[in-house]
Design a protein around this ligand. Structure first.
Ligand SMILES: O=P(O)(O)OC[C@H]1O[C@H](OP(=O)(O)OP(=O)(O)O)[C@H](O)[C@@H]1O
Ligand SMILES: O=c1[nH]c(=O)c2nc[nH]c2[nH]1
Ligand SMILES: [Mg+2]
Length: 169
């Protein structure tokens, strides 16, 4: 997906991401019987660490999907790797004891692919946009469809021109 300049920017710091992933952990806590986390790489790796730590889940696997090949073009979504044998053993009932994690749902294309693989898994994301929201069971913050979320692992420190010099923000 492109990141047009007309989109609103929602930059997220490491501290804020940690706080939001913890808030998601709170929403997922309680006696829910999750035995494994499956995170959708790569963005799901970071919240999966935080959620696994908070919920005490040690069996963690990945579904590797490549759908946005760079910041300009959205390529066809491709599953590069499915779950391994330990998690596959939990899929006979559709995956009710599996917690699926991603950083965000946008159009829902990625979520739909994974839902097809694990239809009864609980799907949780930190952020959600309206188009993808119906595919997510639990999330923390919704942003508008025309908002681009900037994750801390994609950002760096840079000079900010003073607002009076025409800073776009
Ligand atoms: O709802 P969608 O429109 O499918 O978009 C959401 C997906 O896009 C991003 O991943 P991306 O494919 O950019 O790869 P990455 O996680 O490796 O950065 C994000 O991490 C989600 O997985
Ligand atoms: O860094 C990102 N921010 C987003 O808002 C987004 N939507 C799809 N893929 C995305 N990646
Ligand atoms: Mg991703």
């Amino acid at each position: 997906m492109s990141e047009p300049s007309s989109q609103k920017a929602f930059p997220v710091s490491w501290e804020q991401f940690h706080r939001d992933a913890r808030a998601l952990s709170w929403r997922l806590s309680g006696d829910r019987g999750f035995e494994a986390i499956v995170c959708i790489t790569r963005g799901g790796l970071v919240p999966a660490l935080i959620i696994a730590r908070e919920l005490g889940i040690r069996l963690i696997d990945t579904v590797c999907i490549a759908s946005y090949h760079d910041y300009k073009e959205q390529g066809a979504a491709q599953i590069l790797k499915g779950v391994g044998p330990e998690v596959a053993a939990l899929t006979a009932d559709g995956g009710t004891r599996i917690l699926l994690i991603d950083d965000l749902v946008d159009t829902g294309k990625t979520a739909r692919l994974v839902r097809d693989m694990l239809p009864k898994a609980h799907f949780a994301t930190v952020y959600a946009k309206p188009m993808g929201r119906p595919l997510v069971d639990t999330f923390v913050t919704e942003v508008s469809q025309d908002t681009w979320i900037y994750f801390p692992w994609d950002l760096g420190l840079s000079f900010q021109p003073p607002i009076r010099d025409g800073h776009p923000g």
